[in-house]
Design a protein around this ligand. Structure first.
Ligand SMILES: C[S@@+](CC[C@H](N)C(=O)[O-])C[C@H]1O[C@@H](n2cnc3c(N)ncnc32)[C@H](O)[C@@H]1O
Length: 309
């Protein structure tokens, strides 16, 4: 019997005013406050970390930070991986590092800033500031530049980043990224929103921006490459392959997977649960589907929820 979680359209769609999260939101981003409520309703105060293997533009990274929880993310797109990393780790100090350098108005100015940054701080500070630079360049490339003052103002009001957590650019269905991620063995929530279908909009960032993002992640040893593409595999196969990898790394976790029907209206909730139980024998408990309402042309949003033990 599906449970239902009352949600209205405003609380489902990303909030364009949400500090930090507003820097860049993907077309299929989740609402940060809703993610926080779902985690608190379903997992409660015992939650010790948020793991999102389809991290996208970092709405769950922002939610984790607001909940004072470490964030462990995987994202296959290098530009989005940088956006998520910036949202989870940037501080006013990183914004100040950029403020001292020429403004990022286009890809050419991004390249000069990235060339100057390495002498401005430690390797870790340079990685985070470089990811913040990618966010600014991405916004500039879309004709909606983001000012340092807005970034610094958001960060001044934000919680400090959690001491642990990691973000890697990798294929979540393959082991390399998971090995590097070092997720907690117990107590985390795996909260994620895999690509719903082939017609889900992809980021489509300029190739030079993607190449710069890849260089930053490679220098930070956070690039584990791409082995398959989601378009080839489909929602169920990708989700189940990802769960299989996560289950090798996590002994106990609460799993929450956002689901919308695919491009042809196919609902995969039961299929995901059946195949997850078959792929992880004896490890899937209290499986349920929570139907939340319809917010896009695809059909109702559901949460596939279970305990991984
Ligand atoms: C529905 S979006 C996630 C939206 C996210 N909650 C946000 O705030 O932007 C799905 C994401 O999964 C990424 N992705 C697709 N296939 C992947 C894979 N095999 N491994 C890791 N990430 C993948 C896409 O690049 C996309 O950013």
């Amino acid at each position: 019997m599906p449970l239902s979680l009352p949600l209205d359209a405003e609380r489902y769609h990303p909030d364009p005013q949400e500090p930090v999260d507003r820097w860049f939101q993907t077309a299929s981003a989740s609402n940060v406050r809703t993610t926080m409520e779902v985690v608190s309703d379903i997992v409660g105060p015992s939650c010790s970390a948020v793991v999102d293997p389809f991290a996208g533009g970092g709405s769950s990274a922002t939610a984790a930070r607001l909940m004072n929880l470490p964030f462990f993310g995987i994202e296959i797109d290098p530009v989005l991986a940088c956006v998520s990393l910036a949202k989870s780790r940037a501080t006013v100090g990183h914004a100040r590092m950029l403020r001292r350098l020429p403004p990022i108005r286009d890809l050419k100015s991004l390249l000069s800033v990235l060339a100057m940054l390495p002498v401005c701080g430690s390797a870790d500070e340079v990685t985070v500031a470089s990811c913040l630079a990618i966010v600014l360049a991405l916004r500039a490339s879309r004709g909606t530049p983001l000012g340092y003052e807005e970034v610094a103002g958001d960060l001044a009001r934000h919680r400090p980043p959690a001491a642990t957590g990691r973000l890697v650019c990798a294929d979540a269905t393959a082991p390399a990224g998971w090995r590097a991620l070092q997720v907690p063995k117990e107590g985390a929530v795996l909260y994620t929103s895999p690509q719903f279908g082939r017609r889900s909009p992809l980021l489509g960032a300029p190739p030079q921006l993607t190449a710069s993002a890849r260089d930053i992640l490679a220098a930070a040893h956070a690039d584990y490459g791409r082995e398959t593409t989601l378009e080839e595999a489909g929602f169920t196969a990708t989700t189940v392959a990802t769960l299989r990898q996560s289950a090798m790394m996590m002994q106990r976790a609460t799993v929450v997977i956002e689901h919308e029907p695919d491009d042809d209206g196919h609902d995969a909730t039961e299929e995901v649960l059946e195949q997850a139980a078959a792929a992880l024998p004896g490890r899937v408990y209290d499986a349920r589907v929570i139907t939340c309402g319809q917010f896009t042309w695809r059909g109702p949003l559901s949460l596939i929820v279970f305990d991984l033990r």
